[in-house]
Design a protein around this ligand. Structure first.
Ligand code: B12
Length: 114
């Protein structure tokens, strides 16, 4: 649901849109992230998690991106109901956002939008 909100807000600002969104779905493995990031070469990766269990998945995913040599220049943000700034630190993400608007604002800052 969160990714749909983020997508909707991005589209509402379409006139200034700076991004194409690739929604990888739920329960996505680190390997899938590595493959997709390798293929698409995005500016931003956004990881969303509800459960505390997701904290380890976020950390593993970000570590896998680094191990694959894909972390340089790639901005990673985390968010979701149970995620806070401590999870950002734990997972190795660059930023944490508390809502969908924050996600869009962060992405716009990172890719040079206003
Ligand atoms: C709906 C819901 C469910 C539904 C999910 C339906 C679905 N298909 O999505 C169902 C009933 C299936 C469910 C099941 C479970 N749930 Co549940 N669920 C919720 C609930 C009530 C709402 C979540 C939601 O949809 N919120 C709406 C979205 C839009 O909000 P959001 O995710 O927070 O996203 C916002 C921001 O966080 C932010 N954001 C989100 N992602 C990102 C990403 C980035 C990068 C950024 C910047 C921002 C951002 O933007 C969004 C908009 O503002 C929460 C409680 C709550 N109030 O959060 C519990 C909750 C997440 N569930 C919980 C639990 C425990 C479970 C179960 C494990 C229960 C069980 N024993 O089976 C299962 C797990 C299922 C699974 N495998 O994942 C716990 C998790 C606790 C924990 N510490 O881990 C919660 C917190 C409830 C609680 N207080 O105990 N759940």
């Amino acid at each position: 649901m969160a990714d749909k909100l983020i997508e909707a807000i991005s589209e509402m600002r379409e006139s200034e849109a700076v991004a194409f969104l690739h929604d990888l779905g739920v329960d996505v493995t680190p390997e899938t992230f590595v493959q997709k990031v390798s293929a698409v070469k995005p500016d931003v990766v956004a990881l969303s998690g509800f459960l505390t269990l997701a904290f380890d998945s976020m950390k593993t995913t970000i570590a896998a991106l680094k191990a694959a040599g894909l972390r340089d220049g790639l901005k990673v943000m985390v968010g979701g109901g149970t995620v806070d700034d401590r999870v950002r630190v734990y997972s190795g993400a660059v930023a944490f956002g508390s809502d969908a608007t924050a996600a869009v604002s962060l992405a716009r800052q990172w890719v040079g939008g206003n």
